[in-house]
Design a protein around this ligand. Structure first.
Ligand code: 5GP
Ligand code: ZN
Length: 137
């Protein structure tokens, strides 16, 4: 896609700090480095988000994540790693070429806060919702 910033990174029109590359997948350091080693993993072909992604592309991207994650953990001495993937503006996506954020965690006080607002479980509602959402394999 001509005006996609990540397609330009794939083609080399925009420089990036690569940490992994093969024919189908590229991983490079996020310019904002939320935590040290903050890496983005992308498919080389343009796909906007998870809703647009076919299972082959998803398989290619996700299959690379464990080894990149292990490399970040080992080289940076990270104690953990968060994986975040934003899909759509409502979910905070700002670059519309699908990407997985890998965020190495040195400790809990490293500046990254992920907050979930939890609710008391309502088992009747859960059962109804699951019935509505159930997808045949
Ligand atoms: P999103 O908010 O869409 O999940 O994340 C987009 C990410 O892309 C942001 O964390 C932002 O820092 C990163 N980003 C945007 N433009 C560039 C760029 O030109 N180079 C690199 N390496 N990262 C970028
Ligand atoms: Zn793109």
């Amino acid at each position: 896609m001509t005006d996609c910033i990540f397609c330009k990174i794939v083609s080399g029109q925009i420089p990036s700090s690569k940490v992994y590359e093969d024919d189908q997948v590229l991983a490079f350091l996020d310019i904002t480095q939320v935590t040290p080693g903050h890496t983005l993993v992308i498919p080389k072909t343009h796909v906007a988000d998870v809703f647009d992604m076919d299972s082959d592309t998803a398989g290619l991207v996700f299959a690379r994540i464990p080894k990149i994650a292990r490399q970040l953990k080992e080289k940076l001495g990270a104690k953990g790693l968060n994986i975040i993937n934003n899909n759509g503006e409502a979910a905070g996506q700002t670059v519309f070429h699908s990407h997985i954020h890998l965020l190495p965690r040195l400790d809990k006080e490293d500046g990254l806060a992920i907050q979930f607002e939890t609710h008391e479980p309502d088992f009747t509602q859960l059962a109804q919702l699951a019935q509505e959402l159930y997808l045949e394999a």
